[in-house]
Ligand binder design. Structure first.
Ligand code: 17E
Ligand code: FE2
Length: 413
């Protein structure tokens, strides 16, 4: 099903009152014009049916190498991040190229069916054979017609704390990883964590790569690697290319410290990713009652003018047993967990799974504008509120003018 279309008619764009016709030619949006009223679609025209049309969803943070391995070789019983890392370390021992490719592609197919066309995946590079990384570099090419895939070289067991951690990271960059990762809160000591952050940002800068660090994914209020990451981003004027993922500890920082921290965050302009379903599940595990939510300060970061997006993080893996590829589910949970169900936030909420994710991925050509690649999704709903109420799958997904997904209205699959 790869029909090429000339126009999307009866399209509703966010913040625009009248229905729009969006013309496409040679895979790009060529003209966006206001309709007098609803029109009948002609041949080679797709009917938006007065629904919202938005840029494709962005999944900015997923671990595709571990996707669909929940329960292998054993289930994470405690529900902690740390037992997840142990289970994964055991599963990692039996990774093969075909195993990684097949699970990653199965997951990406699910994502594409849900209107996701941009994905950033972490791949564990604390493996002397780099099996996952090499397989994922192949996947990046194999799926290029369906999704743009960015690969983060992610040192799951540490850069300083895993044997050859730094050499493996350098090799991953040489092989073609797009993004340099890190995990300072998991290094053996605070000093190792600080050194690792400084080192990895330098490495990325030197090789013209992006940065995405698992940063302070812990409820410990004394985990303060974010300030190191932000200071490095500022020093190198690299903020738009640096992402802080998780920053769960910020949910536990005191307000005095945060007021100082936010000054630096605003200056550095780095990007934030929060994974609400994952953090609600993994964090708060060492609390009695009251139990913390384990999420970063999403509305405060947004109010400070910083870009924050939501990601799924996991799909049926050692850290999280659920997940269905529908980012509207993630958005729904995130808005609940962050006290963002006020109508003002709901009306802006789709940014958390579109534009802000695109900012984290540092995408150059993203959005519905004349001249940009003709990529968008038709949602089921005329407003963000209706879309959230239904959480129904996208009606259509268009990639470079081709219809890659098209399903009847009100359908759940
Ligand atoms: N690894 C990690 O360190 N943190 C996570 N949330 C996942 C993998 C899913
Ligand atoms: Fe993660």
């Amino acid at each position: 099903m790869t029909q090429t279309i000339r126009t999307i008619v009866n399209a509703r764009l966010q913040g625009v009152e009248q229905l729009q016709s969006i013309a496409i030619s040679d895979g790009r949006f060529t003209r966006i014009s206001t309709q007098a009223g609803r029109v009948e679609p002609g041949a080679d025209e797709l009917d938006g049916s007065c629904n919202l049309v938005v840029p494709p969803f962005v999944e900015p943070h997923i671990h595709l190498d571990a996707a669909m391995t929940a329960g292998e070789p054993r289930w994470n019983q405690s529900g902690t991040l740390f037992e997840g890392i142990e289970c994964w370390s055991e599963r990692k021992a039996s990774l093969t190229r075909d195993d990684v490719i097949s699970r990653a592609e199965q997951t990406l197919k699910l994502f594409a069916d849900n209107g996701i066309q941009y994905v950033r995946t972490h791949v564990d590079v604390t493996d002397p054979k780099l099996t996952g990384l090499k397989a994922m570099l192949e996947v990046r090419e194999r799926v290029a017609g369906t999704v743009d895939l960015q690969i983060v070289a992610f040192p799951q067991e540490g850069l300083w704390s895993f044997p050859q951690g730094r050499e493996l990271m350098e090799e991953a960059v040489r092989l073609g990883a797009d993004v340099v990762g890190g995990i300072p809160h998991f290094e053996f000591t605070r000093d190792y964590g600080v050194e690792s952050v400084r080192w990895l940002v330098e490495l990325a800068h030197k090789h013209d790569r992006l940065v995405d660090v698992h940063c302070d994914e812990i409820d410990d209020p004394e985990s303060r690697f974010l300030e190191v990451l932000a200071a490095e981003a500022l020093r190198l004027d690299y903020g738009s290319r640096v992402t802080a993922s998780h920053t769960c500890a910020m949910g536990s920082y005191n307000d005095h410290y945060c007021s100082r921290l936010f000054r630096l965050l605003k200056k550095s302009g780095l990007r934030f990713l929060s994974m609400p379903t994952e953090s609600l599940h993994l964090q708060g595990r060492f609390d009695g009652y009251p139990k913390r939510r384990g999420l970063t300060r999403v509305p405060e970061l947004l109010d400070a003018g910083l870009k924050v997006a939501f990601g799924q993080d996991s799909i049926r893996d050692p850290w999280y047993p659920l997940g269905n590829g529908n980012l509207l589910r993630t958005l729904d949970v995130g808005l609940h967990a962050c006290h963002m169900l006020g109508m003002g936030w709901i009306e802006k909420s789709l940014e958390l799974i579109t534009d802000n994710g695109a900012a984290a991925l540092d995408l150059e050509e993203y959005g519905i504008k004349e001249g940009l690649p003709a990529r968008c999704v038709v949602l089921q709903g005329q407003s963000p509120y209706e879309v959230l109420l239904g959480q129904l799958p996208v009606l259509a997904s268009i990639r470079d003018g081709r219809v890659s997904v098209n399903r009847p209205a009100d359908s759940n699959n």
